[in-house]
Design a binder for this molecule. Structure first.
Ligand code: AMP
Ligand code: MG
Length: 336
């Protein structure tokens, strides 16, 4: 399937949003901001559009996508939400929480979007542009991050253009995304909730609502079957071109530095470029800056980006998850 096409960059005006809704309705691919990162949208009920989306992202087709809907009622048309899922939806929707639950009998989302599974990942996003598009299309939209598979997720329209320009129909420029990292994914099975991917809502917030611990899909007391090679769980993912050296307390000559907190390493002048995720040590700000800072440091030409330690509490769990995947040895296709 050819992925070559002219990509239009449109402002987030009523006319721009109308063009995006028309594009999606006609089976096209439109990128737009969500509160997490920029998503690459396609009509979730149109198998050809979804197939084109997999091709544009170069994403393996057995990796399931998240269906975005306008509210919990629309989510209930797609999946069976039991008591635990309802409680999480009520607490965190609209927002950066994705729930995985069994599909309803008449879900309508095409097989290829759910990669043939009988469960589906569903989210109610909390960004005015995404919500506007969902309202205009009046159908669920699959919207994985608008980058080629394995690359850093985009938090601005120019990141999307750089990675997917010429492969998708249009991009709505709605400024930088506020959360900056992907949604937290929780699978709900009976009265258990399983954390499939840390994300924009911290584990502790979810556990407070559940008044129970989230289970680890690979841990004890959990017989959850993960879909094969779900990309957000691959060892190497979300990766810049440069190597990452984690938990760095000093800078080696020629490295770029990704700092965190008020105290910089003593040998800062050895860095060929440096940025701070948050000088005040604010993990929400650090999450919002993560991908954009990695991109800028990657463009400095450094072969290694030294990353100072980031605490693991709150959104720090998600930031460390993404950093360790970005630091992991690459699959051959990602090195190119
Ligand atoms: P993204 O690539 O950020 O859109 O995230 C999609 C992720 O959602 C995939 O990588 C999977 O980890 C997860 N996911 C989607 N659908 C399912 C499902 N039915 N069961 C389990 N995980 C899923
Ligand atoms: Mg992604």
């Amino acid at each position: 399937m050819s992925t070559e096409r002219v990509t239009r960059l449109l402002p987030a005006t009523p006319a721009g949003l109308q063009a995006a809704a028309r594009c999606l309705a006609n089976g096209g691919l439109a990128a737009f901001p969500t509160e997490t990162v920029y998503g690459l949208g396609a009509d979730a009920t149109n198998p050809e559009a979804v197939a084109r989306l997999y091709a544009a992202k170069n994403r393996p087709q057995f990796n399931p996508l998240i269906a975005h809907v306008g509210d919990a009622a629309a989510a209930r048309e797609l999946v069976c939400l039991d008591a635990v899922a309802e409680r999480l939806g009520t607490a965190f929707w609209p927002g950066p929480l994705t729930l995985v639950a069994p599909q309803t009998g008449n879900c309508g989302v095409c097989e290829i979007a759910a990669a043939g599974l009988n469960t589906l990942a569903v989210r109610v996003p909390d960004h005015p542009i995404t919500r506007e598009l969902l309202k205009a299309l009046a159908k669920p939209i699959v919207a994985p991050s608008a980058n080629r598979s394995g690359h850093l997720s985009p938090t601005t329209a120019s990141h999307v253009l750089a990675d997917l320009g010429g492969r998708i129909d249009l991009i709505i420029d709605g400024g930088a995304t506020p959360v900056g990292i992907e949604s937290t994914i929780v699978a709900c099975e009976g009265d258990t909730a399983i954390l499939l991917r840390p994300g924009g809502i911290a584990r502790a917030e979810i556990e407070r609502v559940l008044q129970a611990k989230l289970l680890d899909p690979l841990g004890p007391r959990c017989d959850y079957t993960l879909p094969p090679s779900a990309p957000g769980r691959l060892a190497s993912h979300y990766a810049p071109r440069a190597r990452l050296r984690l938990n760095a307390r000093q800078v080696n000559p020629g490295e770029a530095l990704l700092a965190f907190g008020a105290t910089s390493p003593p040998d800062l002048e050895a860095a060929i470029a440096w940025l701070n995720l948050s000088a005040t040590g604010d993990l929400v700000v650090a999450a919002a800056n993560l991908y954009a800072h990695l991109r800028v440091l990657d463009q400095s030409g450094a072969t290694t980006i030294a990353v100072m330690p980031v605490p693991t509490e709150g959104l720090g769990e998600t930031i460390n998850d993404r950093l360790s995947r970005a630091a992991a040895p690459r699959r051959p296709a990602q090195v190119a």
